[in-house]
Design a protein around this ligand. Structure first.
Ligand code: AMP
Length: 418
């Protein structure tokens, strides 16, 4: 038997209802705040991700599904959404009419990470991106929206961790200080961090290795290196969150695994997931539109991990199963085509029908109606046809009534809704 690929999963009925409800809630919240849906390809040129996420990040170095297509062009299954949204914003000159654009999207991402609970190779994200706004209030609003979405989905434990990575100027001063610090703790660093210490020291800050983590407790804080504008920007984000009564933690080592972030970065963490404690992450990426060949436009956004959110949402406890309103049993050659027609019409009228198309006995068909927990059963045999009325059985009260065949669909609906 052919099994699915490791790290990939099927989302089956029973589970999918949770996902649909999460998506419905997210869509409605984002639309209220002026975000428009955007749907982009899953396959993009490899170069797009290499240039935006950064050549020496984990994602680009070792996690992307990259392959030559049949003509030999290198293509990649998208590992994240932001790069594609930026590409699309530039390609369609969306800034020309109005540089301020707000998008949301929902879809699969692909990273060849080591699979474990909460970590998949195909996973899903809900993304929100805002272009053309420099103001720190929009950063605060994004964090607010993510937290509120968690609350709406009955996730009680969702805490934003925030940091500011400053602009390129602040970062270059900080990098020097960080490199010097890393050199003073080389004996505690893993091989990857030793390599990073000169080229990309920021990466060492979020290394998962326990010895590196321990060493990083004493690392300098980037927030001490912010220029006056970046410092003010971060102060406003924090005070806006306080006004909105969104509690947050300042995490000086939160740099996130992608190169394009500037100024505000954040992650929403939860204690409900074990090791994979991040349910959302994002931040500002002011330089990215220009890096990818567009106008210089500020931008900011976030991604929520839908798989992880589906695991911890309180709506898991709700029963979303939809049972048939009416189970149709036709017991004769003449009655079957007529019953089939009723069945189709019930569905169109918003009544959930289920027609038994087997040749089994009435008893075994009633058993199946019971198993499916149908509210009513409609029984029609050739005798009933001749007499011009069929049987409608209320499965809760066990009461049966006769319904005339004339305008049957309307009459049954009236009875069910009475
Ligand atoms: P990132 O794009 O790395 O900033 O991740 C944003 C969010 O996506 C994370 O907080 C996770 O909730 C989710 N996520 C990232 N990678 C995975 C993965 N391999 N499996 C499941 N969820 C993931």
């Amino acid at each position: 038997m052919i099994q699915l690929i490791r790290g990939f999963k099927d989302i089956l009925p029973g589970e999918i209802e949770i996902w649909q409800n999460i998506e419905k809630t997210a869509r409605s919240l984002f639309e209220n705040f002026g975000f428009k849906e955007i749907r982009l390809p899953i396959l993009e040129r490899t170069e797009l991700f290499a240039r935006s996420i950064g050549e020496d990040t984990d994602i680009v170095e070792k996690e992307m599904y990259t392959f030559p297509d049949r003509k030999g062009d290198l293509v990649t299954l998208r590992p994240e959404a932001t790069a594609s949204v930026v590409r699309s914003y530039i390609q369609h000159k969306m800034y020309a009419k109005d540089p301020v654009r707000k998008f949301y999207s929902i879809g699969p991402m692909f990273r060849r990470e080591r699979p474990q609970k909460g970590r998949y190779r195909q996973f899903y994200q809900i993304n929100a991106e805002v272009f053309g706004i420099n103001s720190p209030f929009i950063d605060a609003q994004l964090i607010f929206l993510a937290v509120k979405l968690f609350h709406m989905l009955e996730v009680t434990d969702a805490q934003p961790h925030i940091n500011s990575l400053g602009c390129s100027q602040c970062r270059s001063n900080f990098k020097k200080a960080l490199s010097a610090f890393l050199l003073s703790v080389t004996e505690k660093l893993c091989d990857a961090c030793l390599k990073r210490s000169k080229k990309n020291p920021l990466r060492a800050l979020d290394c998962k290795n326990s010895s590196c983590r321990e060493a990083m407790v004493n690392a300098p804080a980037i927030t001490d290196y912010l220029c006056p504008e970046c410092r003010q920007h971060f102060e406003t984000v924090k005070s806006a969150l306080e006004k909105l009564e969104i509690p947050f933690v300042i995490d000086k080592n939160l740099v996130r695994g992608l190169d394009y972030y500037t100024r505000t970065t954040f992650e929403i963490q939860t204690g409900l997931l074990g090791a994979q404690n991040a349910v959302a992450g994002g931040g500002r990426y002011d330089g990215l539109v220009k890096t990818l060949g567009g106008q210089d436009q500020p931008a900011t956004g976030f991604a929520i991990g839908l798989d992880r959110l589906a695991e911890i949402t309180g709506i898991r406890n709700k029963d979303f199963t939809k049972k048939p309103d009416i189970y149709i049993v036709a017991l004769g050659e003449k009655s079957e085509p007529l019953a089939f027609e009723w069945n189709c019409n019930f569905g169109l009228e918003g009544i959930r029908p289920e027609m038994d198309l087997s040749n089994r006995s009435l008893k075994s068909r009633m058993k199946r109606a019971n198993k499916l927990e149908a509210a009513y059963v409609l029984i029609v045999g050739d005798n009933e046809l001749e007499e011009g009325a069929v049987i409608l059985r209320n499965m809760t009260t066990q009461k049966q009534i006769l319904i005339p065949i004339e305008s049957l669909v309307e009459r049954v609906i009236a009875e069910i809704k009475a």
